[in-house]
Design a protein around this ligand. Sequence first.
Ligand code: NZQ
Ligand code: ZN
Length: 382
Amino acid sequence: MKFAYQNPTQIFFGQGQISSITQAIDTTKKVLVIYGGGSIKKNGVYEQVQQALQGHQWVEFSGVEANPTKETMDKAVAIIKEQGVDFILAVGGGSVIDGAKYAAAAAHYDGDGWDILTGKYQPQVATPLGVILTLPATGSESNANSVITKAETQQKMAFAAACVKPEFAVMDPDVMKTLPEKQLVNGIVDAWVHVCEQYITKNAGALVQDGYAETLLRSLKALGDSYAERDNDLWRANLMWTANQALNGLISVGVEQDWATHMIGHELTALWHVDHARSLAIVQPSLLRNQIEFKRAKLEQMGRNVFGLEAGDDLAERTIDAIEAFYNQLDVATKLTEHGDDKQNAIDLVVERLENHGMTALTENQSVTPVEVRQILENAVA
Ligand code: NZQ
Ligand code: ZN
């Protein structure tokens, strides 16, 4: 085990915490409030932000779409540059936060912001940003990651940079009351797969990382099992905190990570606009079955410690079945149907795109090559 770890994001957790931003943002700063398609105007979050920023100088940028595009966010970059913005407040889910991170970094670069996604430019400096989270799922509120789509070419790519880690994140579970069912379920599934991508890898004997990952998985399982009682403060608070902890950089320290499900899933979203979390539920069971011999020890451990399954030669197989059953229990499909009727064409498209993005040796073992992607999709595409 060898690592450096720092998570600089201050968390303001709990009901009524949006007012904390009054103190958290210096009044000398010119603030750009970035938000999405308007859900914050319907649930009182926008009013709370207005109230909290009364003593601040601020402007706003709205219309960040789900799966934010470079094209949209470049308009925010122009505002940051033209108006001398020196603090960004992102108010929304993963899309708004990721879009804000891109804008924060691209505003300090003279070239095309897409260079950040291709790796041609690696940002070392960004406009400071803070977050008010409205959808628990991605963990973007306190991590270094951002996923951006280039609409022109339908490419969805990710970057990570320490300089875009938010200074603070407000997590008030009350904001979840207006979330559509679909998004609430997406949050459980996305957080679940985040833990899996950092846990179902090589057996490294990392007791803290494994133990905490299992705690997070058991929490998500409990929230799924008690889904009928979701309209309560504690249920919401538990989901919001679990989803945050699932991808804040802690459980991945010193262990190998997979992320193949995410990379393949991103292509399904780019091509057919499948919700991010749903793309993962489609890919992951088939990927785990394909890679079972590499992952057997960890799957067995998960079967015992998360699902409480009995020992046996087929424990790893039963663990994957239990994961798939968990998605189905939440009414989340594990087969792709959005691609239309032409299955082979759909598989060709995904494989071709992954190859173009240089994703030809995925997982912690680099054992998912285009050949395995084809096999995985044979079983994941309807
Ligand atoms: O745009 P608005 O009006 O805000 O509506 C949003 C959007 O339509 C709505 N919503 C959010 N909060 C709401 C609400 N509606 C009612 N009440 C509320 N309180 O929900 C819709 C979906 O929002 P979005 O931000 O797209 O969802 P999510 O948080 O799941 O983010 C998904 C994006 O994050 C990326 C995904 O690829 C995708 O682009 N990811 C980012 C990661 C990261 N930065 O670490 C990791 C993830 O694996 C993921 O890839
Ligand atoms: Zn995800």
